[in-house]
Design a protein around this ligand. Structure first.
Ligand SMILES: NC(=O)c1ccc[n+]([C@@H]2O[C@H](COP(=O)([O-])OP(=O)(O)OC[C@H]3O[C@@H](n4cnc5c(N)ncnc54)[C@H](O)[C@@H]3O)[C@@H](O)[C@H]2O)c1
Length: 321
């Protein structure tokens, strides 16, 4: 297949690119490197004859005019993500995430197949309000509980993308799958997310060791599992036009226990200090994966302990970058 990865130098994108190349496909990565890194991992991939890397801003109309067409699969991963980015500059989140999605919609050709990367944040307001069950299926109402809070700029941009892709695909004759990721983690995901952030603090020997939101529950999904789910969904015509939750529902953990696991893996034993959760984060998040399983037969394969070990090792080997 010829596969286009928009935002392909980022965390999920690079893992997906590696898997596609090892499966024998041709991959073009487009990224502006605002968050994705032009590092040794990307360089190794760039050395493959099947890989092309384009450095370009997908909010710019000129970028789209230069991209070739005729793709078997297109993955839209490019977005401004991460609580810190959203809190610091919500306007950039709205602008980038919306423009990239709308440019792709104007550009995609009939017959092509697009994966739109969305998020569990689109229904998080309903979890906090108590009207959304956990584990959460796709059918629950999406809820922006406070549009004036910067955090919701991200959810709003993804909700707009979901609606735009689902309805435009129907009208314009291309296929689309909306995948809502739930706490995907793994090597090379930056320093902002909880597992890398704890790993880096453990490597620095931080003691006492604050654990924000220690009593909150999450179900973490290793990136290899997320990639497997994406590929299976994109290979199944029955997934077209559907919103599908992607994650790992097998090992919900509270953040306090996650901290203990990271510290055990790191071989350190600082004093753990429970701290308040970041404002607006849900008390519990876990996807209902019935639809994903029914469509693809997917089962998560990487245990939390295996995943934390491999992620910790990566951050140790890369000197805490
Ligand atoms: N990682 C998760 O747990 C998670 C959870 C929910 C949703 N998602 C979604 O999945 C997608 C991938 O997430 P990720 O964790 O790999 O994030 P990431 O930040 O690592 O990857 C996004 C990539 O998009 C690129 N990008 C941003 N703006 C761009 C622009 N204007 N032009 C070109 N490239 C641009 C960045 O440089 C980055 O490499 C995102 O859309 C995100 O919203 C991820």
């Amino acid at each position: 297949m010829r596969v286009l990865l928009l935002g392909g130098a980022g965390f999920i994108g690079l893992h997906l690119a590696r898997r596609l190349v090892s499966d024998g496909h041709q991959v073009t990565i487009v990224d502006d490197f605002s968050r994705g890194r032009d590092d040794a991992d990307l360089d190794r991939l760039r050395g493959e004859p099947a890989v092309r890397v384009v450095s370009a801003d997908l909010t710019a109309p000129d970028t789209w005019a230069t991209l070739p067409s005729g793709w078997d699969q297109i993955y839209l991963l490019a977005a401004v993500v991460g609580v810190r980015n959203v809190e610091q500059d919500p306007a950039r989140v709205v602008r980038t995430n919306t423009l990239v999605a709308l440019h792709l919609l104007d550009w995609v050709a009939p017959g092509e197949r697009v994966f739109f990367a969305s998020t569990s944040e689109v229904y998080a307001g309903g979890v906090t309000a108590g009207w959304v069950p956990v584990p959460t299926p796709e059918s629950v109402p999406t809820t922006i509980s406070d549009i004036t809070a910067p955090r919701f700029a991200y959810a709003a941009s993804k909700l707009l993308g979901e609606a735009a892709f689902l309805h435009t695909a129907r009208a314009r004759g291309f296929d689309t799958v909306v995948g809502r990721f739930h706490n995907v983690y793994g090597p090379r995901m930056g320093a902002d997310h909880v597992i890398p952030e704890m790993s880096l603090r453990a490597l620095r020997g931080v003691d006492p060791f604050p654990v924000p939101g220690a009593d909150q529950y999450r179900a973490f999904c290793h990136v290899d599992d997320a990639v497997e789910a994406m590929l299976r969904l994109m290979a199944n015509p029955a997934a077209a036009g559907q919103i599908v939750h992607i994650g790992n529902d097998r090992e919900e953990t509270n953040i306090g226990d996650l901290a203990k696991l990271v510290l055990t893996v790191a071989g350190v034993s600082p004093v753990i200090e429970a701290a308040p959760a970041p404002p607006g984060s849900v008390a519990r998040r876990c996807p209902d994966l019935s639809l994903l399983r029914a469509l693809t037969g997917y089962e998560p394969a990487v245990s939390l302990e295996q995943g934390v070990r491999s992620t910790f090792s990566w951050y140790r080997e890369h000197g805490g970058r």
